[in-house]
Design a protein around this ligand. Structure first.
Ligand SMILES: Cc1ncc(COP(=O)(O)O)c(C=O)c1O
Length: 341
């Protein structure tokens, strides 16, 4: 598929930025059980954002695809781990927007496509396997840049999206999501102290931090839960990318008021284990716990470690009774069906 993109979906605007409505919003905010110490868990179901089996990346892709269409792009390129949810959702966005989509992936072409790769293939994306290791992000980014140059020389107009869609444009999706959560809490009559998210390329966390800084500057909401990110990749735990810089850049891009301070940013790296995508005892326990507690299906790479962080922090006594804590379920379910022989 190439040539003029065709879509039944019109580009809208959010704070002056082009946004393509791809997600089913707002996502539910579900009441969960009590955690150790008596606090109450709530689960923000961003696994139910809809497009191409859902997940957090659709919120970013609404803005990234808006920017792509505004720039006159006729194809999308992005990059990720072999079982990247972000790549699968970019493929889904490309399908509905009529944009040819190329995915630069870690690992080798498998004999049988599974999980996210199977879905990306179904959405019509071309998958370029690089042979890179699962966390060789630098090598993958170079491969994405090379492919972008190659397709440009062929006469295409690619919109090339860095790993995880974690640019200032992508982070806009989670600025809007932060306000969505605060509004839902008002309706439910709850005042959570904390929103917990799983962080890998940092864009989800950065958008949420920026959203909080924005609403703090507006001064119209009494309760603004602080953010706790559970790091599931070594880079984000070490401070790459800088969540503060990304959040500040996103606010500036949308012309929103707000200052991001260093102590707005908290990344808890204790739940990563040996490395990205390697399950831990705590993540496996968290996955089993979530399946029983709320029939929440967590994936091994991201959300199981995120939930391990929620349960672990509750066990450490971080939250007191009567406190409400929100965990954002960022998706990742296709990985559950991948056989790791
Ligand atoms: C299911 C899931 N949760 C969380 C994340 C982390 O989001 P971010 O890369 O914005 O930090 C990802 C990223 O790929 C993801 O796929």
């Amino acid at each position: 598929m190439s040539g003029v993109p065709q879509s039944h979906i019109a580009v809208e605007q959010w704070q002056g930025q082009p946004r393509v409505p791809l997600a089913t919003l707002p996502t539910p905010l579900e009441k969960g059980p009590e955690l150790t110490g008596g606090s109450r868990l709530w689960v923000k179901r961003d696994d139910l954002t809809g497009l191409g089996m859902g997940g957090n990346k659709v919120r970013k892709l609404e803005f990234l695809c808006g920017a792509a269409i505004k720039a006159g792009a006729d194809c999308l390129i992005t990059v990720g781990a072999g079982q990247s949810n972000h790549c699968r959702m970019t493929a889904a966005a490309g399908a509905v927007l009529g944009l040819e989509t190329h995915l630069v992936l870690a690992g080798d072409r498998p004999h049988v496509m599974q999980g996210n790769q199977l879905l990306s293939q179904r959405f019509g994306a071309e998958q370029h396997f690089t042979g890179a290791g699962p966390a060789e992000w630098g090598m993958l980014e170079i491969a994405r840049e090379n492919l972008t140059d190659e397709l440009t020389h062929q006469g295409l107009h690619p919109y090339s999206i860095p790993i995880g869609g974690s640019t200032a444009v992508g982070a806009l999706g989670y600025i809007a999501a932060y306000r969505e959560i605060v509004e839902q809490c008002l309706v439910l009559g709850i005042s959570p102290s904390t929103i917990v998210c799983t962080s890998s390329s940092g864009g989800t966390h950065a958008g949420l931090v920026a959203g909080r800084a924005w609403l703090r500057a507006l001064g119209t909401y009494e309760v603004l839960p602080r953010l706790l990110a559970i790091g599931v990749a070594k880079g984000v735990i070490a401070g790459f990318p800088s969540v503060r810089e990304l959040a500040t850049e996103a606010l500036a891009l949308a012309g929103l008021p707000g200052e991001v301070a260093d102590d707005d940013i908290e990344v808890d790296g204790r739940w990563l284990g040996p490395d990205y995508a390697i399950p831990t005892e705590a993540s496996q326990k968290a996955s089993a716990w979530a399946a029983h507690a709320g029939a929440w299906v967590l994936d091994d790479v991201y959300t199981a470690k995120g939930m391990a962080g929620v349960l672990g922090n509750a066990d450490d006594g971080r939250w007191i009774s009567n406190d409400d804590v929100i965990f954002i379920h960022t998706g990742g379910q296709p990985e559950v069906f991948v056989r790791h022989d």
